[in-house]
Design a protein around this ligand. Structure first.
Ligand code: AHG
Ligand code: MN
Ligand code: MN
Length: 305
């Protein structure tokens, strides 16, 4: 039984990063409690992307913000649910944290698995940098029948922890990996097939190959499935109305791209550019994403050109 702090110390992860992860993990425990006890209704407000907010979106956002402030390690934070970046006054650490407090809000009433996603960046400047240059770790939580916390640290792999009955995250699997080819597919934004024949061809090729569909409508459980089975592809292309797709670079795509690359998979935009090499121009910008088994992702991009 190894707690994540002990495990990461043995891997040589710095005390500061472990401490920041400890605070993020604390927020995950509070969010998990709120999900089970809280109000699942709408908040009558919209976020920076113009999407309706649930009371739980706002609550999860505040839980994380408070916890990151308490950590005294984050100089700057930016949330999917906030218009502006928040700079904490010095003296602070040198990390920035980008986060999606609750991913899959539209699944809350249906009681499907949802999650939280975090990107951890070196320095207090996100605009103009890339995930490759500045992201040092990322993590996500899955709130399902069990609570899972997965941490990727640059050059130190991806590791899975599970919340136990006394509130500790215990290692369940180290060094998760993604094989180059897969028998699963997780095709997001199928609406795009209506205007994009190439995406239709791609999805039809997956069906013709008699692949197994694994798609929940929540990016966190859908990509977590790929990590658990060590194979799979998740796609979310642009469509006619949404030229950059739906998923956000800082809160969703970049953190999962570090996870995928650290596990030996890949993550590309619709033109084949690694998501980790995209330069950040706006905190709320979006990007199409194809992520998971390397050969599958590369072949998909080739079909789409
Ligand atoms: P969020 O709840 O943070 O807004 O994100 C939901 C995302 C993601 O989890 C999922 O893959 C995608 O939205 C599904 O989009 P559609 O509803 O367009 O299918
Ligand atoms: Mn999301
Ligand atoms: Mn969200």
């Amino acid at each position: 039984m190894q707690s994540f702090n002990h495990f990461l110390r043995e891997k040589g992860v710095s005390g500061e990063l472990r401490s920041l992860l400890y605070h993020i993990a604390r927020s995950v425990k509070y969010i998990n409690f709120s999900l089970r006890a809280g109000n699942t209704g709408k908040n009558q407000s919209q976020n920076a992307s113009g999407e309706d907010q649930l009371k739980l979106d706002v609550m999860a956002d505040h839980i994380i913000m408070d916890e990151l402030e308490k950590s005294e390690l984050a100089a700057l934070i930016i949330s999917e649910e906030q218009d502006q970046v928040i700079k904490f006054p010095a003296p602070r650490g040198t990390f920035s944290v980008s986060y999606d407090p609750l991913d899959g809000s539209s699944l809350v009433d249906a009681n499907l698995a949802i999650g939280s996603i975090f990107g951890i960046w070196e320095g207090d400047q996100l605009i103009g940098t890339t995930g490759r240059k500045s992201m040092i770790a990322s993590c996500y939580a899955v709130y399902g029948p069990r609570v899972i916390f997965v941490i990727a640290v640059k050059d130190k792999g991806v590791h899975q922890f599970e919340l136990n009955d006394v509130g500790e995250f215990i290692l369940v699997e180290e060094a998760l990996h993604i094989k180059p080819d897969s028998k699963y597919f997780s095709p997001g934004n199928l609406r795009a097939t209506a205007g994009n024949e190439k995406y239709l061809t791609l999805v039809q090729s997956w069906i013709a190959e008699a692949r197994t569909l694994r798609y929940s409508g929540g990016m966190v459980p859908d990509i977590h499935h790929i990590l658990c089975k060590s194979e799979g592809i998740f796609s979310y292309p642009r469509d006619q109305k949404h030229e950059h797709g739906k998923l956000r670079l800082l809160f969703e795509c970049a953190p999962f791209s570090l996870v995928a690359e650290e596990a030996g998979g890949t993550s590309l935009d619709q033109e084949g550019m690694p998501i980790l090499d995209l330069e950040i121009s706006d905190p709320h910008e979006r990007t199409p994403i194809f992520i998971g088994s390397k050969n599958d992702v590369e072949k998909s991009i080739a079909v789409l050109q």
